[in-house]
Each structure stands twice: as C-alpha cells, then as structure tokens.
Write a protein that binds this ligand. Structure first.
Ligand code: MLT
Length: 320
C-alpha cells in the first residue's frame, strides 16, 4: 500500500517537474484530415497563435483517412507528455459509434484541453450545376439518379451533413469520399463532382469568388460573411441545423499541469484580435473562455457521443 502511494506521489512530482519547463521542444498537432481543408485551416490559425503564447513551435501533421480515425489513433498511442496533440471536431464523437472496431474508447482516451471554434456548414455545388436554389436542387435530384456528393469519409462533418440532407429530403446521392474536404473542394471547383456539404471555413472564399455555388448555410441565422446565402430553414429544409465544434485533445495521462498550460494558452490565443478576425473572415466563431477548458471539451465529447449514437444506430450506417 505504502509503495503504491509512494509511486503515485512520485508520478505527480515527475508530472509537475515536466510541466515546469514545458514546452521545451516543438509540439506536434495531428490533424486527422488532409492539408488545405477546414480542420487544417482552423488548426493552423490556432497553432500559430498558441505557439506565440507558449514560446515554442507547434507543427501540424496531417494524417487523413478513415473519417479521422487514423490520425486520432496516432495521438491516442502517443506518449502523454504534451508534445503530441489532436485537433479535431464532432467527427471524433460520431466515429465512436460509426466505427465498431476502434482501437480506443473515445470517452476515456483523452485528456481534453479545450474547445476552439463553432463552424457552420454550407450546402454547395459546382459553379455550372443547373439548380440555382435549394428547392430547385431537391426537385432536380428527384429526377436524376447519378448526382454525386463529396465528403471526407465516413464520420466526417461533410458526411454527417450529407447524411442529414439525404434523410431530410429522402433522396439518395452517390457519395465520393476524400481524405479531407481540401481535396474535395479542388474537385468541386474543377467540376469533377456535383455537390458537397462543407464547413463555411472552407467554402466562404470559393463562394464569394464564384468558383462554386451555395444553396444554404446550416445555421439559425444568415452568416455576416455570406449575407446572400439563405439558411437551410429559409430555403425550405425546416429545422435543418448543423454546427461543427472543434477542440484540442491530448492523450490520456498527460499531466494536468501541462493540460492547464495548454488550455490557458488556448484561451489567450482565442482572444487575440488577429485570430478573431481570421476566424471571422472564414465564418467560424471562437468559443467563449468557459468552453476553451478541459471540462467543457470532455463534457461536449461525452454528450455528443451519446447524442449521435442512437441516430447512427437507427440509420444502421456503420463504417465497418
Ligand atoms: C470534414 O468534413 O470532416 C472536414 O471538412 C474534413 C477536413 O477538414 O478536411
């Protein structure tokens, strides 16, 4: 018994000693989606601002594929020393049900650091796609069999949004999966696929530049950055709403003092005027301070796993 207590005291002491000079080398942030997509963009803005606060480089490693589960597994297996972190979104919660063979238990696998932003989705199409409004799109899809919709794999935000669209409209589209919606966007702009549903973070520029068409945003009210794009509800899909939260997660066992340092750096970074502007320009909203915390991130992760599990099970849509 005394040995166990002693070991616990020594572990805590080692943790706080490690925390004191943390970080003393670059930190790797694993982004479980391809470079150039929304998760990548949000991660790069966040990492740049946090690295200024922490006085250390934060390097982005893109590990896309399998709806974010490959990159997530890489972080779960990493040493819990604060030098390997994950930035991901609601897909972390949905994968817990969609993938029945995950090598980790999502609710238990992390020492969450905090949430970062809330991002709306947009329903989009290639610039020369015939329908001009959401109701025209629905009518068009009813009479065509081979319309394609891109996504970032099963469990991605783009997949969830497309699934919701298909279930609301009772329509079936041909899904085209990518390693992230960065490459999907290239193909949509290049007119290789017909439609998509992606975070406004990734679509605001191409919509404003008229490289793609936008039918709706998935928020309650219109976005300041896209004032001409109606909400899905206004455009005819009553109650259609989807918000994509992003957060930072360290592997379970990371010393609490290190997690606190990271969470404090995140809170400071999110208040930087330049960060707020950069997020604003791409239609994503930094969370308030009380959500950039370990508790808020853990409770969001847990409640989102519980919220999506019955929906996914009822749809019978599993990834394996
Ligand atoms: C998603 O659909 O999950 C994301 O857009 C993936 C990405 O960031 O590329």
């Amino acid at each position: 018994m005394r040995r166990v207590v002693l070991a616990a005291i020594m572990a805590v002491a080692a943790g706080s000693a490690a925390a004191q000079d943390y970080p003393n080398k670059p930190i790797t942030i694993v982004v479980p989606a391809a470079a150039g997509g929304p998760t990548d963009t949000i991660s790069r803005v966040t990492a740049q601002a946090m690295s200024k606060v922490l006085g250390q480089q934060m390097l982005i490693e893109n590990v896309g594929g399998a709806g974010g589960t490959l990159g997530t597994a890489r972080v779960v297996r990493a040493a819990p020393d604060g030098y390997t972190l994950l930035i991901y979104h609601v897909g972390l919660a949905t994968a817990a049900t969609l993938y029945r063979q995950l090598p980790y238990d999502t609710k238990q696998a992390f020492a969450p650091v905090g949430l970062i932003t809330d991002a709306p989705m947009t329903i989009i199409a290639r610039s020369d796609f015939e329908p001009n409004t959401l109701s025209e799109l629905v009518a068009y899809l009813k009479s065509r069999e081979k319309t394609t919709i891109g996504n970032a794999g099963v469990g991605s935000a783009a997949h969830l949004c497309g699934m919701l669209f298909m279930s609301e409209t009772k329509l079936q589209l041909t899904t085209v999966p990518y390693r992230g919606t960065g490459p999907m966007m290239n193909d949509l702009i290049g007119k290789q696929i017909d439609t998509g549903c992606d975070q406004a973070t990734n679509t605001t520029g191409p919509i404003l530049g008229k490289q793609i068409k936008a039918y709706a945003v998935t928020t309650k009210s219109r976005l300041k950055s896209l004032p001409d794009v109606p909400t899905a509800d206004e455009a005819g899909l009553k109650g259609f709403e989807l918000n994509i939260w992003h957060g930072i997660f360290a592997p379970k066992g990371t010393p609490p003092a290190i997690v606190d340092k990271l969470s404090n750096a995140l809170k400071t970074a999110l208040k930087e005027p330049d960060v707020m502007k950069r997020f604003n320009d791409i239609s994503t909203t930094p969370v308030p301070e009380n959500r950039a915390t370990p508790n808020a991130a853990q409770s969001t992760l847990t409640s989102e796993i519980d919220r999506w599990a019955p929906i996914i099970k009822a749809a019978g849509q599993f990834a394996d």
